[in-house]
Design a protein around this ligand. Structure first.
Ligand SMILES: Nc1ncnc2c1ncn2[C@@H]1O[C@H](COP(=O)(O)OP(=O)(O)OP(=O)(O)O)[C@@H](O)[C@H]1O
Length: 533
């Protein structure tokens, strides 16, 4: 049965954000403070030659949208060149803590939302164009985005979705035909790069920073209206807003944020810039900027060169930083509840959910069922220590372990050779101490596996479904970028296809699951990135 789809420019948009919240009357794009409002109505600025570079078929189908032609009205709408009658585009006003410091008003400086579409299951999704031109929140920047960062955002949003990580999605990547000037290395050498627009999709893009902005400005009515809007549309199960419901809502935000962080930690995703304006009120991964995937297992690794000195947003810091961010959200919404102190209790919900979810996810990754919680905790702790010491490739290590599980259970005489093979497969030059720790851990793990009653093949299958073979290693994204910049989309297309089923073997794509090559270790974009985008 074929599901009927329509072209984007024919799709009927709803505009609950614009209609239910407060927008300023002025439509001018001059940078300014916008006190007293949730958003500004602002039209995207047209680009020279919008052409489709990539399209997410699954998401398009889910939204009832037909895949657009390379050029035409649908792509014009995806670039911001065509605003249809039912769209009421807007840029939201928010603030945020950046690297721990309150930065004042930020807002959508280059993202413009077109409105909301109804998906085939009846749910509602906001469509937002990133790189669509200046808004009152652009400050001194140009409102545009370069192809390299847009391609990274497009690819990773979808890759994370297929990994099962809570995330915003990406519908399309459109080349603009315009050049954008950026200093990619922050060395003063600005150069022209191709521009692009990504159409992002999420139930809402509201961030912690939207609430912080209203609170800092002392706009209590706006703060309440925003909370009521979010609860009504996105947490309806909590009931009619009231001081008690705000408490329960905050607890739920804490819970969802914990689940998101547990997912990041379980696949080795490092967001790179967890400012409070990059924390979604729905617990979704948002803003794929200087993110990266852990290759050698290092807790203090960050892909973001801007964060090299403080390492505030390093892999191992993410759980703590999310808690700090939630604390800032609690401070922002405190005026809405009777007992602000009680919000602190909800932060415990974060810590508890994070610990439980991480533990459950790690058991799945190891093919273990809950037998003895204390012992299993110690086993998992030991694994983290051994991985940190040996700095093995996290993704490859777990994948190899999954394949090896039946052999480990069979306990042949060649056990040491098997241990060696697992470590070697994932090693970037492990120290003898690191190797020894991993061998000892593997012995402990093998003993523990013996206590499992399931069929070894079933254990292997279940581990393979919890340990992805393919993740978007930075150097892979960089290869797709370099090809796309010369007009070759084949690398991008291949990655899109492979990352749709990251847990499947897909042997013809083995080379996309290998260790980071040596040349990529220091090359810009391949391991580390600046915020330039
Ligand atoms: N080229 C740009 N033009 C205008 N504003 C920008 C530009 N780049 C970033 N900003 C703004 O700077 C702030 C923080 O930057 P950040 O890098 O987190 O944003 P981003 O990647 O554009 O945004 P998002 O969080 O929407 O993905 C945001 O207010 C953002 O809109």
């Amino acid at each position: 049965m074929s599901i009927s789809t329509q072209s984007l420019e024919q799709a009927p948009f709803q505009n609950s954000f614009v209609e239910e919240l407060k927008g300023e009357a002025s439509r001018n794009k001059n940078p300014r403070q916008v006190p007293g409002y949730h958003y500004s109505r602002i039209e995207p600025t047209p680009v020279r030659d919008p052409h489709l570079l990539a399209w997410s078929d699954d998401l398009g189908g889910f939204l009832g949208l037909a895949r657009p032609e390379e050029r035409g009205p649908a792509v014009n709408a995806l670039a911001g060149n065509l605003v249809t009658e039912s769209m009421k585009p807007f840029a939201a006003r928010y603030g945020g803590h950046q690297f721990g410091h309150w930065a004042g008003q930020l807002g959508d400086g280059r993202a413009i939302s077109l409105g909301e579409l109804t998906a085939v299951d009846g749910s509602t999704w906001e469509i937002q164009l990133k790189g669509a031109g200046p808004t009152p929140y652009s400050r001194r920047a140009d409102g545009r985005a370069v192809l390299r960062s847009s391609l990274r955002e497009f690819l990773c949003s979808e890759a994370m979705y297929y990994l099962g990580v809570p995330t915003t999605r990406a519908l399309s990547l459109v080349g603009t035909g315009d050049k954008v000037v950026r200093d990619m290395f922050y060395n003063g050498n600005a150069q022209e790069e191709p521009g692009a627009v990504v159409a992002r999709v999420a139930p809402t893009f509201i961030r912690f920073g939207n609430f912080q902005m209203m609170a800092v400005a002392g706009e209590k009515d706006n703060l309440r209206a925003l909370a009521d809007y979010v609860i009504k549309h996105h947490y309806p199960e909590l009931g009619e807003p009231s001081p008690e419901v705000y408490m329960r809502w905050f607890e739920e935000v804490c819970r969802r944020t914990a689940v998101m962080i547990a997912h990041w930690m379980s696949v080795g995703f490092v967001h790179g810039v967890m400012n409070t304006d990059n924390m979604s009120i729905l617990g979704l991964t948002i803003d794929y900027g200087p993110y990266g995937w852990l290759e050698p297992y290092e807790l203090d690794w960050t892909p973001n060169t801007t964060d090299f000195s403080s390492r505030r947003y390093a892999f191992g810091q993410q759980p703590q930083v999310a808690l700090w961010n939630l604390y800032q959200l609690a401070r922002a919404i405190a005026p809405l509840v009777h007992e602000p102190e009680a919000l602190r209790g909800s932060l415990d919900q974060y810590t508890k959910t994070l610990a439980e979810t991480q533990h459950a996810m790690m058991l799945r990754k190891l093919g273990l069922t809950e037998l003895n919680q204390e012992e299993d905790r110690a086993l998992i702790e030991g694994l983290h220590e051994a991985m940190a010491e040996s700095q093995v490739d996290m993704t490859i290590f777990f994948r190899r372990l999954s394949h090896a599980a039946p052999a480990l259970i069979a306990s042949s005489e060649n056990q040491n050779a098997l241990f060696q093979e697992i470590v070697q497969a994932a090693s970037y030059g492990t120290s003898p101490e690191g190797e020894q720790m991993l061998h000892q851990w593997l012995q402990r793990y093998t003993d523990r596996l013996h206590q499992e009653s399931a069929d070894p093949e079933a254990i292997r299958e279940s581990m393979l479904s919890a340990n992805p073979k393919y993740v978007l290693r930075n150097y892979l994204a960089q290869q797709a970028i370099e090809a796309a910049e010369t007009g070759d989309l084949s690398v991008l297309n291949r990655l899109m296809e492979v990352l749709k089923t990251p847990f499947a073997e897909q042997p013809e794509h083995d080379e996309l699951a290998t260790k980071r090559p040596d040349w990529a270790r220091t090359k810009a974009g391949c391991a580390t990135l600046s915020c330039s985008s």
